[in-house]
Design a protein around this ligand. Sequence first.
Ligand SMILES: [Zn+2]
Length: 390
Amino acid sequence: MAPNDPGMQLLSKLLSDFYRKSNAYFPDRIEEREFGIGDLERKIAYRHLQFKSNEEFRKHMIVNAPPYVSCSSAYYHFPAGRPMSAKGWIGSELIFDLDANDMQLDCQKVHGGSWVCSNCLENVKAETLKLIEDFLIPDFGFSEKEIKVNFSGNRGYHVHVNSDVIMRLDTDARKEVSDYISGNGIDFEQIFREEVISGSRIRKLVGPRPDENGWRGKIARKFITIINSGKEDLEQMGIDKSIAKKLYEKRALVEMGIRNGNWDMVYIKNKTDFWKSVIKKQAVAQSDRIDKNVTNDTGHMIRLAGSIHGGSGLVARKMAAYRNMERFDPMKDAVAFKEGQIKIRADTKNVLNMNGKEYGPYNHEVVTIETAPAMYLYLKGLAEVVEAIQ
Ligand SMILES: [Zn+2]
């Protein structure tokens, strides 16, 4: 897109106005953060930037109106220092990046990877809630106050954990965290063992109990949920029909056994191998699809919460509390450009749902629509701007 493209000129004006009026894009300890600024071609074209105050940063944003702004997860004594070792690392937040494109959703086969539909947004929201409610709070013991969530601005969520305990963790320690959440560290060989019942020659299969901590408890609780939800759910885990039927019919007995760590209440041939393979499959579904490179990197630059995403024109909106995600609708609550209309020439087979209205499909036609959906289509490369009608 050329600088004299009317879309580009309009975008600059909209961004500049946004950063003049908003007060929700200043990170804590701003003077200790490294910033990166991007254009439409490169999300981070310049980095090693430092701002001494919110107002200095605001001025930069009003004048330059960059389509992308990133901020370090780290705090530094000298954020502008180069190379990285000259920055004087103080510590880094623990961050998680969840993107609908990593979820391998069926809808993406239909609409492609650059489009985002409501199914994409619902799935990535569920995955983010799972990260917080199944891992960060129960297994790592972070408090709700230490967990900050923001919409990524396009098709995902970012989670920032700010706690003294994790600030100084190095890359190897962060890798252990991301491996745990991705289910990489589970030792399936150790999860079940055969034990001889005393006074007999019977060997029972001892496995995880639901009241245990960490993955063992997670696995046992989830299996109890699955066995109670029906034969089909068991079959979906690759269990063959006759065994699924038997397990389901005896579910009360099986559950009682598992609660005591006894996974041997129903006769199954090659029981140890059988349960290991079932639980392996189940754990894959229970793990969380985070971008591990982001979590492991102590110097990672991530989209500044509260800034605008240059691929959508939506705000990387911060949640006051993570629970607010449940009712958060990005296509309504993250809309930034609320005034005026734009005449665009649009070409897309997809239907855009925004602010409760539908736009498209468009067959290379000229239409006049509200600024936010028009810029969304423009930034997705599906429309060109003909004229702004403010
Ligand atoms: Zn989708």
